[in-house]
Design a protein around this ligand. Sequence first.
Ligand SMILES: Cc1cc2nc3c(=O)[nH]c(=O)nc-3n(C[C@H](O)[C@H](O)[C@H](O)COP(=O)(O)OP(=O)(O)OC[C@H]3O[C@@H](n4cnc5c(N)ncnc54)[C@H](O)[C@@H]3O)c2cc1C
Ligand code: FES
Length: 286
Amino acid sequence: MTLDVSVHDAITTVRANGSRPRPTWHHAPVVDHFPLTDRYRYLRLEAPSIARSAAAGQFVMLTAAREDEGGPVLPRPMAIYRRDAEAGVIDIIYGVVGAGTRRLATFLPGERMLVVGPLGQGFQIEPRTKRMLLIGRGIGTCSLTTLAQDHAETGVEIIAVSSGRDDDSVIGGALYREYRAGAVYEVTDAAGSSSVDHLYARLTVDLDGDPPQQIMICGSHRLTELARALGERWQAGVQVSLEAHMACGLGYCHGCATGTRSGPEESPLICKDGPVFWLDRSSERS
Ligand SMILES: Cc1cc2nc3c(=O)[nH]c(=O)nc-3n(C[C@H](O)[C@H](O)[C@H](O)COP(=O)(O)OP(=O)(O)OC[C@H]3O[C@@H](n4cnc5c(N)ncnc54)[C@H](O)[C@@H]3O)c2cc1C
Ligand code: FES
């Protein structure tokens, strides 16, 4: 997602509830790896400590380099789509967009991949929350799905919007239903159902009577603006998961700074202070 200045200036760091899990690294065996759709691939890695400790919204860094092979050696950030603490596995869905993900796509079950995580600040759930709206666009939906996993049985109802260019780009519908989301809206540009105006009208008709207290969003500037408008209407807290190119994922290289910011302080780092940030309403939270 490309950020513009208004989003940069409207974000506030999410404060972790308690201490964050310490990142660990694994030479993780690839358990499964296959094309999910024409656009995306599904990767399952054995990484027990990450599967046990990752909070919703945290991410991992994957290094898709093999010994004695040229090619990208810097790791690539990926959201954890689903984790299974008992089985000790994490699932990732990714799109092949450049050299790193092209190399990632060549890994076979049984090979090992270097994975570091969990990293970053995840989503923060407020005690008052009884209903939560998740809005994801394309691959950005993968940053939200573990919220549905976490709240399948907590009494917090999940309402999910999964948006994409076409049916192949819409992710997460089956997972949301498996984890008993109260409603799932799968919308596409192709069907004309994904525009901000259309979604605003549909969601306000359906949810005005019992609006969510929190809105979580990832993958689209347009939909971030929608989340902001809905948050204002419902007095709901909005958190956004942001993306950036990352070299280390640990807060050292400063390559993922969110950009210019007025004032003397350094702008937040997406890998360390994010990737999840509060949007607006910063005065209430400082
Ligand atoms: C916290 C986080 C979670 C992510 N989760 C996922 C995920 O679950 N699944 C997934 O497919 N991708 C995810 N990404 C994006 C993923 O990291 C990039 O697609 C990947 O690094 C691209 O590497 P590459 O070498 O294949 O492409 P590159 O050669 O580095 O880039 C190819 C193209 O992709 C663009 N690009 C690369 N990285 C990003 C980025 N971070 N944001 C926007 N555009 C980018 C480049 O500008 C270029 O146009 C996530 C990124 C972050 C920061
Ligand atoms: S990626 Fe290195 S500081 Fe964020």
